[in-house]
Design a protein around this ligand. Structure first.
Ligand code: F6R
Length: 366
């Protein structure tokens, strides 16, 4: 049932071109400008008139929520807050009828996320679920929702669920921006085409596998790693670090690249690998400066870059090239090499990648 792969995690990483396409199928058709999310139909009014969007989730799903914050604010100009469900539920949050709450969960069973939903619901907010497991507890508790349709995710480390979550959230953001008039039609159509092209670009990104194995061999024995990115790629840095720590047990931290000089830079020496997500986007030049700062302190730089990049290539120790896309969708492509990297490092270290120690697929206790 692993379909010829050694582990479910690797199978699920490789399924992403298909799982993202499955998620978009029947919902998005760029040519006709069609974008329909069945779950939103009855709640479009609430969504469109919401004064604020609150996103609540845990772990990797929370990282997808952070990407969504950038998407919703850029395209729909609605204020967004992204909350760890465990914090939200216990801090007597300010939430009410004008809030549209999006709860993201692969399993649909996470105890803290469920409790956060119950709380927001009791205060009159509208609750929308973005879940993978059909018929699980969260979709039964929310007012409405959209399934991610990624198929069963068995590896404990979330991979294809993450990219499917971002795909649903991206469709929601484009729809909302279009409906609210903050996203002009021509730009909207262009973005629909970009999103539709993502499965093919993820397929391309998977071809970095051999190069990544080589990098994994070189860094498999490190004790620490830093992951840095800006803008849409900041949550990708967090996700890259989480993937590495949870399956390889290497200590890793993700940061917005600019925060480096406020502390983490002290960690950098010749032993320290720093993984940059440095795709061509509006913060590219700034990221290049951050890479130079790391190199000046003799850190090792491994960078995910856009195909054809020359600037980062000239200074980094290793680059991993992924296809160009609109920066808003870069996380869907850029996360793939980081998933592969964690996978290979964990396998080389003899770790149980599908069932890392101390972790469970569904966290049904708080
Ligand atoms: C990381 C991971 C966890 C989950 C988190 C939330 O790879 O799998 O961080 O993302 O426990 O789980 P769900 O999405 O099922 O609510």
């Amino acid at each position: 049932e692993k379909g010829g792969y050694d582990h479910f995690m690797l199978k699920e990483i490789y399924e992403q071109p298909k799982s993202i396409a499955d998620c978009l199928r029947g919902r998005l058709d760029a040519k006709s400008g069609r974008l329909v999310l069945g779950g939103l139909r009855d709640y479009m009014n609430k969504f469109q008139n919401a004064e604020r969007i609150i996103i609540t989730a845990c772990g990797t799903s929370w990282h997808a929520g952070l990407v969504a914050e950038y998407l919703f604010e850029e395209f729909a100009r609605v204020p967004v807050e992204v909350e760890y469900a465990s914090e939200f539920r216990y801090r007597n949050p300010v939430v009410g009828e004008k809030d549209f709450v999006i709860a993201i969960s692969q399993s649909g069973e996470t105890a803290d996320t469920l409790a956060a939903i119950e709380l927001a619901k009791s205060k009159g907010a509208t609750i929308f679920g973005v879940c993978n497991v059909v018929g699980s507890s969260i979709p039964r508790t929310t007012h409405a929702g959209s399934y991610t349709h990624a198929g069963p995710e068995i590896g404990v480390a979330s991979t294809k669920a993450f990219t499917a979550q971002i795909s649903v959230l991206a469709m929601m953001a484009l729809k909302l921006g279009y409906q609210r008039g903050t996203l002009p039609e021509s730009k909207y159509i262009q973005l629909l085409h970009e999103l539709e092209a993502i499965p093919g670009k993820v397929e391309q990104a998977l071809k970095t596998n051999d190069a990544i194995k080589y990098i994994a061999e070189e860094y498999k024995n490190v004790r620490n790693a830093l992951y840095l990115g800006r803008g849409y790629n900041f949550p990708v840095a967090l996700e890259g670090a989480l993937k590495l720590k949870e399956i390889s047990y290497i200590h890793a931290e993700g940061y917005p690249a600019a925060e480096m000089k406020h502390g983490p830079i002290a960690l950098i020496d010749e032993e320290m690998p720093v993984f940059f997500i440095a795709t061509k986007d509006s913060s590219y030049e700034k990221v290049v400066s951050n890479i130079q700062e790391v190199k000046a302190r003799k850190g090792k730089v491994i960078a995910v870059v856009t195909e054809g990049d020359t600037q980062v290539k000239a200074i980094a120790d290793h680059v991993i090239e992924v296809p160009a896309t609109h920066e808003a969708f870069a996380p869907l492509v850029a996360v793939v090499p980081l998933q592969l990297l964690s996978y290979h490092i964990a396998v080389m270290r003899g770790c149980n990648v599908d069932q890392p120690r101390n972790l469970a697929k569904s966290v049904t206790v708080e």
